[in-house]
Write a protein that binds this ligand. Sequence first.
Ligand code: HEC
Length: 220
Amino acid sequence: MKKKFYILSSLILLIGCNNIDSSTPIPNSKEVVRNTNSVNVAQQVVETTPTRTLSKVKYIDKPIVIEQGMLHIKGFMGTIQPTLKSALQQDGDHATAMSACSSVAMQMTNDYNNITNGVKIRRTALKYRNPANKPDEVDKEVMYRFQAVKNFKPVAVDMGSSYRVYKPLITKASCLYCHGSKSDINPKIAKMIQKKYPHDMATGFKLGELRGVVVAEFPK
Ligand code: HEC
């Protein structure tokens, strides 16, 4: 078991920083056109509307897009969940399972992203454990909305040239071993988390709360 743990740990180090950069550049709101025909200069300041402002999320109500995103998410979740489940079953104090959740999940993310052309799958949260999973502005707004409306159905967002589908992840009893309050987490796990993720924010969750989201992003 020790050997397995070391293998998993080195995987973490290898793939720890595979965060996907999902930021979309926002064009300048003002564009000055050069005066070539000596016309009135005042008319030559062309106003262009930004394609997306970071504070506005363009939700779309297209069942087909949500379905497409959910197919990718289910494919991906199908690959990580059995891994986590069997690691939890094999390992009484969940120390190996913790490495499984971090490294194997991320490895699977890489594999999945390699085989599915143009589709990116990632996990993020408002209170995240791994800084590589930090949410961007759109992610944050979507999660605030999930918390506010308490409706945990997947949603789709128009990102300009791509779509994002967000599937909420709700805290289940099995998540509390590693994301619950102090009394839920075995001291050995707490120590490992503290060591590997010194700035961890992903504890203190309660049953039924929004833990985070899985995001599928794919070209239109
Ligand atoms: C055995 C310990 C363990 C269990 C059980 C566990 N997790 Fe995690 N979880 C982790 C670790 C470690 C990370 C950091 C992974 C990384 O490095 O990307 C993590 C990361 C996450 C993330 C990515 C965002 C972040 O915080 O970095 C989400 C979302 C998440 N877990 C949800 C869940 C849910 C939902 C459950 C229950 C179904 C669950 N986890 C069960 C240990 C665990």
